[in-house]
Design a protein around this ligand. Sequence first.
Ligand code: E4P
Length: 219
Amino acid sequence: MKFFIDTANLEEINKARLLGILDGVTTNPSLIARESIFNQKEIDNHYISICNLLKNEEDVSAEVISNNYTEMIREGEKLSLLHPKIVVKIPMTENGIKAIKYFYKKKIKTNCTLVFTPGQAILAAKVGAYYVSPFIGRIDDISYNGLNIIKEIKNIYDNYHFKTKILAASIRNPLHIIECSKIGIFAITSPINVIKTLLYHPLTNIGLDKFIKDYNKKF
Ligand code: E4P
C-alpha cells in the first residue's frame, strides 16, 4: 500500500521522507492556506519546492480553486506545467467531472477529491480520474461508516476493472490505515502524526527495556 502525506508543509514532508515511508503528497486549499505564503507566485513556487523535495516518490496533488469549467481548465493546465510530478486535484462537481474528462484526453493526471459516495466514485472512474479520494474521516464525522464506503468503491472498481486508483483520504487514526490495507486500497493519504501512531505498542517499549537491562546486568 502506498503512503501519501496530506500536508503542504515542507518540514513535515521531509520528516516523512526521512522515515523512509513516503510515496507521494496531497495538498488542498486549506493546507496551502496554513503555510507562510501570501500570493499566487509564492503558491506556485511552494508547489515546485514540494515537488523538488521528492526523489523517487511519485506525485503531488495540487488543487484548483475555481468551480467554473473554463477556470478549472486554465488553473489545472497551469498547475500541470509547474512540475512533472503535479497531479491536478479537481472537486467532484458537474464541472469537475467535465474537467477530469478534458484532462484525461490531454493525458494530464487528475485526483478527483471530495468524494463521499460510491456513485461519485463511479463517475470519477468513468471520466478517467487517475486517483479518486474518498474522505473516510469526514464520513465518520457525520455518523456514517467511511470504511464501508471505501469497501463498496473497491468492490465496484474491481467489478468493472476501472483503472482509477483509490487514494483513501481524511485519515484520522491508525485503524483507518490498517483497515484500508485489508481491503486492498491502493494508497492512503494521512497526516504524519497518524502514520507515526502505527509505530507504537507498549509491549515493544517494555520488551526493549528488558532486553537492554538484561544485557547490561551481565556485561
Ligand atoms: C484529501 O486529499 C484531503 O486533503 C484530506 O485528506 C482531508 O482530510 P481532513 O478531512 O482531515 O481535512
